[in-house]
Design a protein around this ligand. Sequence first.
Ligand SMILES: C[S@@+](CC[C@H](N)C(=O)[O-])C[C@H]1O[C@@H](n2cnc3c(N)ncnc32)[C@H](O)[C@@H]1O
Length: 266
Amino acid sequence: MSRILEHAGRYAYALGASAYLFTLGPFSARHRRLLSHVARHFGYRAPGSARPALPEVDLYDLVPPATRFQLREPEEREGGVSLYDLVVIAAIVSDLRPSASLEIGTFNGRTTLNIAANSADDAVTYTLDLPAEGLGDAKLPLDPADPGMIVKPGSGALFAGTELAPRIRQLFGDSAAFDFGPYRGGIDFVFVDGAHSREYVLNDSSVAMELLRGGRGIVLWHDYAGWDGVTRALDELYRSGGVWSGLRRIRGTTIAYLRVGDGEHA
Ligand SMILES: C[S@@+](CC[C@H](N)C(=O)[O-])C[C@H]1O[C@@H](n2cnc3c(N)ncnc32)[C@H](O)[C@@H]1O
């Protein structure tokens, strides 16, 4: 009887909270995030958006279950990855132990910090960002929501001043115009999370492939099946075959995964 009462109490509380969430909720960033979780949980796709085509894999298809990793700044923030997305990125980096990583799209540096924390002590993590003053210089069309993340007070606040900052190198520029020459063929892990239009994701994906050391390594993309331009671009690449046929979506996340070189195709 007491268990039924406990459930009933929780149900009534959740009902009241839901009434608040669905009326005043959209005025708070934290509640907007919860609303998107609810919509996604129930299979929401924006009208006209692409149905994701990538086959799904579990994290443990990609890394051993005993993989140990560090998590820094676990609290979710607007414009960043979810907590489970961060877990997945940390576990994959920790298992790969890259000597050099490159992220496209720094924002507050939360994922940069976690890439650096899970790499070897002598590894270097590069992170490229388009700062607010570069907004007008973007060479390719942006997604309408991109300017909201480009125009911000600064990049990398979450790693600045930490003990990992000396292992992180900040780069600034537009990923469609930046000279990646010095990094080409020297990167083991790439995280693509810059502009979200189809055009930028296609550009950044082809950059990622050129960056890989000896054509081997791991590329992750954020916002697959969460942002239409990302979904369309990656599905298009997947359907084009060849190396792209190894693209996978990691279950429970908006992360797309590609391992290139030996051990590819999870
Ligand atoms: C979604 S946020 C990145 C979040 C971050 N990777 C994280 O996990 O916390 C997107 C970032 O990409 C940057 N960006 C947008 N367009 C870009 C471009 N064309 N080249 C480089 N960076 C870009 C924005 O300035 C913004 O900081």
